[in-house]
Write a protein that binds this ligand. Structure first.
Ligand code: COA
Length: 362
């Protein structure tokens, strides 16, 4: 096959047993289990076990003591750099030279540490210089509680519920850009730290992991203007996108958006009313302008409200997304290791024909 598809849309690049986004039915299943059945029943760390080990009784390990290199307070950058650095500090083996069991252990150690790196970076961005002692963090019962303790020294139960729900909903979603990056790096036989840090880089862009950062200011702008219809029309007329709408895979409602909307309402999000009003207007206008392509509410829209309940500053949204995706990335890195096949797609050359040095300024 040598047909070119921009963005690889619709191209099947891997076979996976990890997650099944049922695009027509509006359901997302992790290893066959509907995520609706997981939220509120199991904490994130067990969902990590389901995705990585196919076992809800298996949990992501607790983070081990470690001293990070000086951080910057820019969480995605800190996370990408520290994850790669840990591979050196811990002398992690190359994926093509270690056993599956060793790779699983490396991924567990890295996953829990990555959450701690984001919490430390967020604490620094808040202007707090003193790290929280490990014994305070160890008092947390769940990964979400430990995360908040590491960040703020306290864990409000509403914030814990918001983060746990968000992490479970966004833990895994098939071959999105960051997961593909992780698999590509893993396919070269690189170590788990290199594979996970590649994924963090891919996630940091606004078209993938960054949209919630834009949703809150967008809702504030719409609320201040008080006229969602005009706001939507003006924005689309200017050729701009409405953040939190549209998806490459889902043509029906995104099930994660449904759960997060319910959670935002349950937790008393102050922006729920304006969000629902804007959603209604945006969906109608997007359908009018794109009858050929369903553009529905995506996961990022109500994620922004749930993260706001937990007082997560919008710029931290991509790093929060990275915390949840450590489960999906780890599962895919292991799955990729088992296939043992290097990715090497082809590029069709469409540049100039053979030409002289003089023609390029020699
Ligand atoms: N607002 C307005 N128009 C949108 C739109 C949005 N959120 N999403 C897609 N469109 C329009 C595009 O402008 C394009 O119109 P055109 O054909 O007239 O140029 C058409 O729909 C198809 O867009 P395309 O970029 O090819 O769709 P895609 O399926 O590849 O894009 C996203 C998926 C997520 C990248 C895209 O919907 C988007 O940018 N959404 C906003 C960012 C966002 O919420 N990201 C989080 C994703 S979980």
């Amino acid at each position: 096959m040598n047909e070119f598809r921009p963005g690889l849309e619709g191209i099947v690049a891997v076979e996976t047993e990890i997650a099944e986004p049922d695009s027509e039915g509006g359901v997302l299943r992790y290893r066959g289990v509907d995520i609706e059945e997981l939220v509120g029943q199991y904490p994130y760390e067990n969902v990590w076990g389901l995705l990585v080990d196919d076992d809800l009784g298996s949990v992501m390990p607790d983070p081990e003591p470690y001293e990070p290199a000086p951080l910057t307070g820019n969480a995605p950058a800190d996370l990408q750099a520290e994850t790669a650095r840990l591979a050196g500090e811990w002398k992690l083996g190359k994926l093509n030279e270690i056993s599956d069991e060793q790779a699983r252990e490396d991924l567990g150690r890295l996953s829990s540490q990555m959450m701690g790196i984001v919490a430390r970076s967020a604490r620094l961005a808040d202007g707090a210089a003193d790290p929280i002692p490990d014994d305070v963090v160890a008092g947390g019962r769940t990964a979400a509680e430990k995360f908040l303790l590491r960040w703020r020294g306290e864990a409000d139960p509403r914030h814990v519920k918001a983060i746990d729900t968000y992490w479970i909903c966004t833990a895994e979603h098939g071959l999105n850009a960051s997961t593909f990056s992780a698999r590509i790096t893993a396919s070269t036989g690189a170590d788990c730290g290199a594979a996970l840090s590649s994924a963090v880089g891919a996630l940091s862009g606004p078209l993938h992991g960054g949209a919630p950062a834009y949703v809150k200011p967008m809702l504030e702008e719409v609320a201040a203007m008080g006229d969602p219809e005009t706001w939507v029309r003006d924005r689309l007329d200017a050729g701009k996108r409405i953040m939190g709408f549209g998806h490459r895979v889902y043509r029906a409602e995104d099930p994660r958006s449904r759960i997060l909307k319910r959670t935002a309402r349950e937790l008393g999000s102050p922006q729920i009313e304006i969000a629902e009003r804007l959603e209604e207007v945006a969906l109608a206008e997007l359908e009018r302008r794109h009858p050929e392509r369903p553009l529905k509410t995506n996961v990022e829209y109500y994620s922004a409200l749930v993260l706001d309940v937990a007082q997560i500053p919008p710029p931290l949204a991509p790093a929060m997304f990275a915390c949840s995706r450590v489960a999906g990335w780890s599962a895919h890195i292991l799955e990729q290791k088992r296939t043992g096949r290097l990715f090497r797609p082809a590029a069709r050359y469409v540049g100039p024909a053979s030409r002289s040095l003089e023609s390029v300024g020699a």
